[in-house]
Design a protein around this ligand. Structure first.
Ligand code: VG1
Ligand code: CO
Length: 541
């Protein structure tokens, strides 16, 4: 074993789930090594433990895994379970950690960020419950990155990750497993595969765009293999190191070809896509896009149609910027509904404690208590199970949902890669005006509340501050402004806009038109465009 002397570096920021940077930064001497050692120093019980390791297949995945194996062995880890060829989707890692009672897992991914040598890479630690490490752990990792002065590596050759089975390196066993098998078996327990099979046999058509990222092998095995969907249902199904140049963020801009297909003349019955690491999903019907916030509400209202949720839900949760469509369903079902900060880790305690069964975020993440990560393919399968039971089109199901609960018009405007100090300036100036804003009327909208979102975890009492600015209006409309924690260039400002429309006659409106007044007011009072020098958002979803 070699002990290498190193110097501290600007590690992961406190509060974020992992380290996400440009590949070239990870290629700098000692950079990845420092972070991996910081994890091993921070996590209790590493010696003699079992860990799960894998990633979304992006550039640098294999190099990073070989290093992690050698460092794990040098740090006394007993057993590492790795996906064949180093591949694992994020939800599959969560599942294997739980199933094999591992101490935790290391996931290599930058999720929806672009890949390739000039793209992004990332690494994060998940705990024994299968979920992203809590802030109490990530804060210790962060402190370690600032003080670290040595790391440990075993001198050994690379392990052949293409072959299933066990290999010893030093005193540590590396077990290479099929990354799909356990995950596929888990989904079979939750959903009625026979019903979904019958749906496909009846001629139901679907397009699943894996965006050349990790869900390809999972979707192909489950949809085309186990459920009998025709070959070709899954497109872009091969995980590529640079995602074939695609930007694996399933939104109207980066998944444009799927949107064009589904909103065009030859649309199949159902369309779906997921992101780089397989934890997000979007779904579309013929001529109908289901906004992720609406999807969470619809899944909550219909989950009982799938065997895994037939006994009903204990409660639901959504991240703060997610639209409040799901709140109305929870009220109708008389179940609890929680509002948490952005990021999946905040759902962990509620799921572990059985307070919620389903949860989701506006950024196309939905999941349940089956694992502790959001799960793209799971959401698609739940949709398929619901469609197989209801035998109605996605568009009809959506329209009926709005008729019953009203429609929450919702949109997110991202200003990517803006100057970091300008972004901070926008936030600080708006915050300084809270008192004077409340009671002010703009056009027909009166501001009734302005605050920085703070969350107290109902289970362990931990407090997360400064989770985004919320401006509420008397009409029930609101907007939210926060700085992204996952961007790797400058800062990304996210502006979330929402209005509620009870009148069925107005449900067919274009979303941006419906939100026009709120968009104009947000522009005016945040001063975002003049401070950042941008005249339009980079992405509207
Ligand atoms: C974004 C999303 C957030 C999500 C996070 C990680 O964070 O908005 O909802 O939990 O990405 O998703 P931010 O801080 O950039 O807004 V993933 O698919 O990267 O694991
Ligand atoms: Co992701």
């Amino acid at each position: 074993m070699t002990q290498v002397t190193t110097t501290p570096f600007d590690g992961q920021k406190p509060g974020t789930s992992g380290l996400r940077k440009k590949v070239i930064q990870f290629q700098e001497a000692h950079y990845l090594e420092n972070f991996v050692q910081a994890i091993f120093n921070a996590v209790k019980g590493i010696k003699g433990s079992t860990l799960v390791v894998g990633g979304d297949g992006r550039f640098y995945n294999k190099t990073a895994i070989q290093l992690i194996l050698k460092m794990a062995a040098a740090n006394g880890v007993k057993h590492v379970i790795v996906g064949q060829n180093g591949l694992f989707s994020t939800p599959a890692v969560s599942n294997v950690i739980r199933k094999r009672s591992a101490l935790g897992g290391i996931i290599l991914s930058a999720s929806h960020n672009p890949g390739g040598p000039k793209g992004d890479f990332g690494i994060k630690f998940n705990s024994a419950n299968g979920g992203p490490a809590a802030e109490s752990v990530t804060d210790v990792i962060f402190n370690q990155t600032k003080t670290i002065c040595q790391y440990y590596v075993l001198e050994a050759g690379d392990v052949d990750l293409s072959v299933l089975g066990d290999t010893m390196i030093g005193d540590m066993c590396v077990e290479v497993i099929d990354p799909v098998a356990d995950y596929a078996a888990m989904t079979q327990d939750l959903f009625d595969f026979d019903k979904i099979k019958a749906l496909f046999q009846g001629g139901f058509t679907m397009c699943f765009d894996a965006m050349n990222a990790i869900t390809g092998p999972y979707a192909t095995a489950i949809l085309e293999g186990m459920l009998g969907a025709p070959k070709g249902t899954v497109i872009n199904g091969e995980p590529l190191a640079d995602f074939g140049g695609l930007h694996p963020d399933p939104n109207p801009v980066y998944a444009k070809s799927l949107f064009d297909l589904m909103l065009g003349n030859n649309a199949p019955d159902f369309g779906a896509a997921s992101d780089g690491d397989g934890d997000r999903n979007i779904v579309l019907g013929r001529g109908a896009y289901v906004a992720p916030s609406d999807s969470l509400a619809l899944l909550t209202a219909n989950a009982h149609l799938a065997p895994g949720y037939a006994n009903g839900l204990t409660g639901v949760a959504r991240s703060m910027p997610t639209s409040r469509a799901v709140d109305r369903v929870a009220e109708a079902l008389s179940i609890e509904c929680f509002e948490t900060p952005t990021g999946w880790k905040f759902f962990g305690n509620l799921l572990d404690d059985g307070r919620i069964s389903l949860c989701g975020e506006e950024s196309a993440g939905t999941g349940s208590d089956h694992i502790r990560e959001k799960d793209g393919l799971w959401a698609v399968l739940l949709w398929l199970n619901i469609l197989a039971e209801r035998r109605e089109s996605v568009a009809d199901i959506l329209t009926q949902h709005w008729q019953t609960y009203g429609r929450n018009f919702y949109s997110r405007h991202d200003y990517e890669a803006v100057d970091t100090s300008a972004a901070m300036d926008v936030m600080a100036k708006l915050e300084a005006r809270f008192d004077s804003l409340v009671g002010t009327t703009y056009q027909t909208e009166t501001i009734t509340s302005a605050d920085q979102f703070m969350y107290s975890d109902p289970i362990d009492g931990s407090v997360a501050k400064n989770q985004g600015i919320r401006i509420g209006f008397a009409s029930g409309s609101r907007f939210v402004l926060r700085v992204s924690g996952t961007g790797t260039e400058g800062a990304t400002l996210r502006l979330y806009l929402e209005s509620f429309e009870p009148a069925t006659s107005r449900h067919g409106m274009d979303t941006q038109d419906a939100l026009k007044a709120i968009i104009m007011i947000a522009d005016e009072i945040t001063d975002l465009k003049s401070i950042t020098g941008r005249d339009a958002p980079s992405v509207i979803s």
